[in-house]
Design a protein around this ligand. Structure first.
Ligand SMILES: NC(=O)c1ccc[n+]([C@@H]2O[C@H](COP(=O)([O-])OP(=O)(O)OC[C@H]3O[C@@H](n4cnc5c(N)ncnc54)[C@H](O)[C@@H]3O)[C@@H](O)[C@H]2O)c1
Length: 274
C-alpha cells in the first residue's frame, strides 16, 4: 500500500456482501491493510468465513448475518459495531444480486424489479445513513459503492439492475457533496466482467459466453475479484481524501471501447514501418 505498511490500522471497515466474490476479496485486502472488519451478509456461512479471515490476518472480524435492506436489522448491526469498536471508518456497499436470465423491460415482473432495487439501492442507502453519523463523529469516512457497467451503458435484458446501479451513482454523488466538510469521501467503483463464483456458475451452465466478453474487453481477459478489491482499498485509504464523487472503472477498458471496422491486433504483431 501507499504510505505505511498497514495504512488502515486502527480503522473499522464494514463490507456488505462480504461472504463471497468481490466483497470477500475486498475484506482480505482491507484486513491486510490493517483494518478491523465487519462483514454483513445473508449467507449462513458468514460466521465461519469471518473466523477464517480473523485467523489468517490476526484481526477482529465481526460477522453480522443480516439483509442490508432491513433497516431494523442493520440499525442493530451498526449499534453493535459502535458498542464493540466505537467507530466506523470505511463502508463498502457491495452486497448485490443478479437474475440469471435476460428479461426485456415489458416482461420484468414488478416484484423482481422491487427486489433488485431493494438490495442494491435501498441496501446501500440504509447502510450509508447508518454509517454517516458515526463517520461524522470521527471526522473521517470512506464510502465505496459498487456500481456496474450497467450504471453507464445500456445492455438488453438487465433494466432493473441498470436502474439500481445507476441509482447507486446518484447516492454516491449526494454522499460526496454532503460529506466533504466532515472528512467523508464517497466514490463508486465500476467493475467490468469479473470472474466471481456467481458468474463462473453461469459460464459453466452455458448462459454466458466467456470468450465473447474477454474479446470485447480491450485488455483481453475477465477481471479477477482482486482487481476490484485493490481499487476499493485504494479509495478507502486515509491518503485518498481528495478523491470523492468519482466513478472509477475497473473494467479492462470495456466501457471506453467503441466499434471499429478493423482490428489492428496485438502491438507486438505489428510490422515495423520505415
Ligand atoms: N461480478 C461482476 O462481474 C460484477 C460486475 C459489476 C458489478 N458487480 C457488483 O459487485 C458487487 C459484488 O458482486 P459479486 O459478483 O462479488 O457478487 P457475489 O454474488 O459473488 O457476492 C454478493 C454477496 O452479496 C450477498 N448478498 C446478496 N444479497 C444480500 C442482502 N440482501 N444482504 C446482505 N448480503 C447480500 C450474497 O450472499 C453474496 O455473498 C455487486 O453489487 C454486483 O452487482 C459485480
Amino acid at each position: 500500500m501507499i504510505d505505511a505498511p498497514e495504512p488502515l490500522a486502527g480503522r473499522v471497515a464494514v463490507v456488505t456482501g462480504g461472504a463471497d466474490g468481490i466483497g470477500l476479496a475486498t475484506a482480505e485486502r482491507l484486513a491486510a491493510a490493517g483494518a478491523t472488519l465487519v462483514l454483513v451478509d445473508v449467507d449462513p456461512a458468514l460466521p465461519d468465513i469471518a473466523t477464517t479471515l480473523a485467523d489468517r490476518h490476526a484481526r477482529a472480524v465481526l460477522p453480522i448475518t443480516a439483509d442490508v435492506a432491513d433497516d431494523t436489522a442493520m440499525a442493530d448491526g451498526f449499534a453493535r459495531v459502535d458498542a464493540e469498536f466505537g467507530r466506523v471508518d470505511v463502508l463498502v456497499n457491495n452486497a448485490g444480486i443478479m437474475t440469471p436470465h435476460l428479461v426485456p423491460v415489458h416482461e420484468v415482473a414488478l416484484p423482481d424489479f422491487d427486489a433488485m432495487l431493494r438490495v442494491h439501492l435501498r441496501g446501500a442507502f440504509v447502510c450509508a445513513r447508518l454509517a454517516v453519523p458515526l463517520m461524522r463523529r470521527g471526522a473521517f469516512g470512506r464510502i465505496v459503492n459498487l456500481t456496474s457497467v450497467l450504471g453507464t451503458l445500456g445492455l438488453p435484458g438487465r433494466s432493473a439492475y441498470a436502474v439500481a446501479k445507476t441509482g447507486v451513482i446518484g447516492l454516491t454523488r449526494s454522499l460526496a457533496v454532503e460529506g466533504g466538510r466532515y472528512g467523508i469521501t464517497a466514490n463508486a467503483v465500476l467493475p467490468g466482467w469479473i470472474l466471481t463464483g456467481r458468474l463462473r456458475a453461469r459460464l459453466a451452465a452455458g448462459t454466458l459466453d466467456h470468450d465473447r466478453y474477454a474479446e470485447r474487453t480491450p485488455v483481453g481477459r475477465w477481471g479477477d475479484p482482486a482487481d476490484v478489491a485493490r481499487m476499493i482499498t485504494f479509495l478507502a485509504l486515509p491518503a485518498s481524501g481528495f478523491l470523492t464523487g468519482g466513478v472509477f472503472p475497473v473494467d479492462g477498458g470495456y466501457c471506453v471501447r467503441g466499434d471499429a471496422d478493423e482490428d489492428i491486433g496485438p502491438v507486438h504483431d505489428r510490422q515495423e514501418v520505415g
